[in-house]
Design a protein around this ligand. Structure first.
Ligand SMILES: [Fe+2]
Ligand SMILES: [Fe+2]
Length: 133
């Protein structure tokens, strides 16, 4: 369901590899949403979000380093979008998840919606801007 498509490739190998991993994490979120056998999704959700926080931090740092190296004029704006993404991830309130299956699923769904929108929009419209033509 969630995977890299030809139109998502920047042509910069290291960046494409990291974007591929981000799509894998979105796929894991999708699988978690549709898994009706797990009674309690708390642990998986906590694991996914912490993996996302760590991985995006690394990826954003690499991307920003690359942009600096090519003197990309849009660096500042791009950095502020990355910070917004990080803030949004930190806002997922996992402490008050509770053990209600439906409310847990709502949180997984919210995470997936956010990732879907962000991954595709950001990679296609924002990341592509720094790619040398
Ligand atoms: Fe990116
Ligand atoms: Fe980016």
């Amino acid at each position: 369901m969630y995977e890299m498509k030809p139109e998502y490739y920047t042509g910069i190998a290291a960046i494409d590899k990291e974007h591929t991993r981000l799509f894998e994490l979105a796929e894991e979120t999708y699988q978690l949403l549709n898994d009706d056998f797990i009674q309690d999704k708390t642990d998986s959700l906590i694991h996914l979000i912490s993996e996302l926080i760590n991985y995006t931090r690394t990826h954003f740092a690499h991307e920003e380093e690359y942009q600096k190296s090519i003197n990309y004029a849009g660096l500042k704006d791009h950095m502020s979008l990355h910070r917004k993404f990080e803030d949004k991830l930190m806002e997922f309130d996992l402490d008050s998840l509770g053990d209600d299956f439906n409310s847990q699923n709502d949180t997984v769904e919210e995470l997936l919606g956010f990732l879907t929108n962000w991954l595709v929009t950001h990679i296609m419209q924002v990341d592509m801007l720094y790619v040398p033509k």
